[in-house]
Design a protein around this ligand. Structure first.
Ligand SMILES: O=CN(O)C[C@@H](CC1CCCC1)C(=O)N1NCCC[C@H]1C(=O)Nc1ccccn1
Ligand code: NI
Length: 187
């Protein structure tokens, strides 16, 4: 089971490496890894388990954060309202690739953090508001989906990890809260 001890922190060169594509059909070990990554996200969002295991709640995880330089990500975005427990996006994605994106940019009003960064780095992380994404799913089937707003931000944060990019690489050093006209601020 994955815990915070398995998550590498900034300074580890794997976080700055470009991860390798996984072979398709998927190897058993890659399927198992994806399952464990998703289980970590579930546990991290369960108040009892997160407390028990000392987990920071996470909505996404990339294999390089486990010191495994493979193009595998897991995302599990809760719906946010307790009535509807259905997550708005829950998937393990192999070889994810952004095929196209909106001209419209967006950022989280709260900025971003990272389970591999044990410090606050304030500022807007400007990303694409909408993306068209292809990936191979846990069943080995090629998927093509469109995402927008928060879900699109989460997936872009994870794909950045596959390319050795950290969220704060996008923050304007002179003025962390500088915003071009028309950038959508997502609260
Ligand atoms: O690469 C992956 N990571 O580094 C885990 C990150 C991924 C998100 C950061 C911004 C977009 C994707 C993560 O999830 N967080 N960042 C650090 C602490 C907070 C935590 C978080 O946002 N938690 C959360 C949010 C809503 C509901 C439940 N939990
Ligand atoms: Ni991260």
């Amino acid at each position: 089971m994955i815990t915070m001890d398995n998550i590498i922190r900034e300074g580890n060169p794997t976080l700055r490496a470009v991860a390798k594509e996984v072979t398709v059909p998927l190897a058993d070990e890659d399927i198992t890894l994806g399952t464990e990554m998703m289980e970590f996200l579930h546990n991290s969002q369960d108040p009892v388990k997160a407390e028990e295991l000392g987990l920071r709640g996470g909505v996404g995880l990339a294999a390089p954060q486990l010191d495994i330089s493979k193009r595998i990500i897991a995302v599990h975005v809760p719906s946010g309202d307790l009535e509807n427990p259905e997550p708005t996006l829950s998937a393990v994605m192999y070889n994810p690739k952004i095929l196209s994106h909106s001209v419209q940019d967006a950022c989280l009003g709260e900025g971003e953090g990272c389970l591999s960064v044990d410090r606050e780095v304030p500022g807007y992380v400007v990303r694409h508001n909408k993306i068209t994404l292809s990936y191979v799913d846990a069943a080995g089937v090629k998927q093509k989906i469109r995402l927008k707003n928060y879900e699109a931000i989460v997936v872009q944060h994870e794909i950045d990890h596959l390319n050795g990019v950290m969220f704060y690489d996008h923050i304007n050093a002179e003025n962390p809260y500088a915003l071009q006209d028309g950038v959508l601020v997502i609260e």
